[in-house]
Design a protein. Sequence first.
Length: 119
Amino acid sequence: QLQASGGGLVQAGGSLTLSCAASDPTFRIDVMGWYRQVPGKERELVALITSGDKKKYADSVKGRFTISRDNAANTVPLEIDNLRPEDSAVYYCNAGFACVHWECYNQYWGQGTQVTVSS
């Protein structure tokens, strides 16, 4: 089970930290990550992190978003800096098992958390 939190209303240029809390120990989860979705569009990748701390980011967020793992707390934080209006979306937490490279056979989703960036 995954629980996402930390969303809210922020002005452009501001910062937020989203958190994904997992019921399973995060060190046992092959790949964890964040996706986002706006109405009328497909869900898109934001950032992924492997159990070995290898990271992958969407080009649109590189340099502004930082994903990490806190295995002691079983959470995956997503630090977001320099927010832009186009970052507004519902952000979803994801956990993947049986993964080859970045593709996971078994995936689980948490509920979303809304991020709204005002200009």
